[in-house]
Ligand binder design. Structure first.
Ligand SMILES: [Zn+2]
Length: 432
């Protein structure tokens, strides 16, 4: 499974000289057309291009041609390019089969996204599978009622003190980081995530990031990868930040999450092999499962076992000025509420498929995800903007985590499996 993605005898020189005949464009030329068409779709769909640091002339061309480009024209370009790639005479001794497979997977998602942009309504699970290559399972929410009863017992107070979500959020809010300590807490958290990643994943000396706190965004955190191993990371503080968000976000957006992922791809695919297609990260693609899944799973890798709790209690809580004496109870609750995770897809599907109203959805998020109303409203904003993208987090983490831990007898082997996922053009089907 892993082997088929590894190079047989690949070098950039081999890849380019093996493909030149007068009739057949080189794979590098097809990769440029791929970038051109993805950038052109991005002109119609803000946010479609998650990151791009490839040739500037292609971005300029997409902007210049946008007015004369229609969605049907873009669909035709995607279909034509996919057909050319499908019949491309790959040299099996090089990276070409992997490149063609990757490009076709990206174009498959582009086809689905273009149908959506043209107004077609696609049911949630079909949309998720079409865009991200994985079909989410829906559960019956009522099966989670026994889990809620167990959680009742872990939460301080009794039902007379108010509904479960209010009591649980009042308890969780004991761990809110005061606004004037957020910068210091995040800086320390990301520094620790980095310190725990770099010994396992050597990174280019020039890698760097900027981190800032922002408001009024539909997401919790965002990594705008700039190329040259540099990330601009923003963290949204619309919903007050609890202490455990710091390491989650630090690992997810930076180390060993998105920043490391994009840095390794740029170093190992773009700079080492000249695979120009990787200079663009489309938001809607099967790679999102890998990208978000590895980012979510990263915290477990960098802080195995109880180490997040210990670090928060001993290092971050004093910086935040928080009394962390009840952090053990906080983590017991956090663990118990994880069982509610699968409810999210059922709730999202009903909302996006038009079967549940906004208010009904907020009620379900409060009951089955134990969200505060503000957090539930924040979730709806994310769903309105990114729709089935939500599957990439928990489901991605599960798929990546299962792969990383499968047959790994040591911490070193887990990191090696993780690096393999980050550095290669892995698709979800390779991990299952
Ligand atoms: Zn992410």
């Amino acid at each position: 499974m892993m082997r088929k993605l590894l190079p047989a005898a690949s070098t950039l020189a081999l890849a380019s000289c093996a493909t030149t005949t007068p009739q057949v464009p080189t794979l590098d030329a097809l990769a440029r057309e791929y970038l051109a068409v993805q950038l052109a779709i991005g002109e119609k769909d803000p946010g479609y291009v998650d990151a791009y640091y490839g040739p500037e002339d292609l971005a300029e061309q997409a902007r210049a041609q946008d007015a004369g480009m229609t969605l049907p024209m873009l669909q035709a370009r995607v279909i034509a390019l996919d057909a050319t790639l499908a019949s491309y005479p790959v040299d099996a001794a090089t990276q070409e089969p992997n490149r063609v497979r990757y490009l076709r997977a990206m174009l498959g998602s582009a086809k689905v996204r273009l149908r959506m942009l043209r107004g077609e309504t696609i049911p949630f699970a079909d949309e998720a599978e079409g865009l991200f290559g994985v079909r989410p399972e829906m559960i019956d929410l009522a099966t989670l009622d026994p889990v809620l009863e167990r959680i009742e017992e872990l939460v301080p107070g009794d039902p007379g003190d108010g509904p479960l979500h209010e009591r649980i959020n009042a308890f969780r809010d004991r761990f809110l980081v005061p606004e004037d300590r957020l910068d210091a807490v995040f800086d320390r958290a990301v520094a620790e995530c980095r310190a725990r990643t770099v010994p396992h994943i050597p990174l280019p000396a020039s890698e760097s990031f900027d981190l800032s706190l922002v408001t009024d965004k539909p997401w919790g955190g965002f990594n705008y990868y700039q190329g040259d191993y540099h990330s601009v990371i923003e963290i949204n503080t619309d919903v007050p930040i609890r202490l455990d968000r710091a390491l989650d976000v630090g690992c997810h957006e930076a180390y060993p999450g998105h920043h490391v992922y994009s840095t390794l791809i740029e170093r190992d695919r773009v700079n080492t092999r000249g695979e120009i297609e990787f200079t663009l990260l489309p938001l809607y693609s099967p790679r999102a499962i890998v990208s978000e899944g590895s980012a979510e799973y990263g915290v477990k890798l960098a802080f195995p076992g109880d180490e997040t709790m210990i670090f928060e209690r001993d290092v971050l809580a004093p910086i935040a000025g928080i009394d962390a004496s009840a952090i053990g109870d906080y983590y017991a609750l956090r663990e118990a509420t994880k069982e509610l995770g699968p409810a999210y897809y059922t709730i999202a599907a009903a909302y996006l498929d038009g079967e549940a109203s906004r208010e009904e959805t907020i009620d379900k998020l409060i009951r089955y995800q134990l969200r505060s109303r503000a957090s539930a409203e924040n979730s709806l904003e994310f769903l309105d903007t990114y729709r089935s993208y939500v599957i990439n987090y928990d489901l991605g983490a599960q798929i990546v985590g299962d792969f990383v831990e499968r047959d790994a007898a040591s911490e070193a082997e887990r990191w090696d499996n993780f690096i393999f996922i980050l550095s290669n053009p892995v698709l979800p089907e390779d991990l299952q």
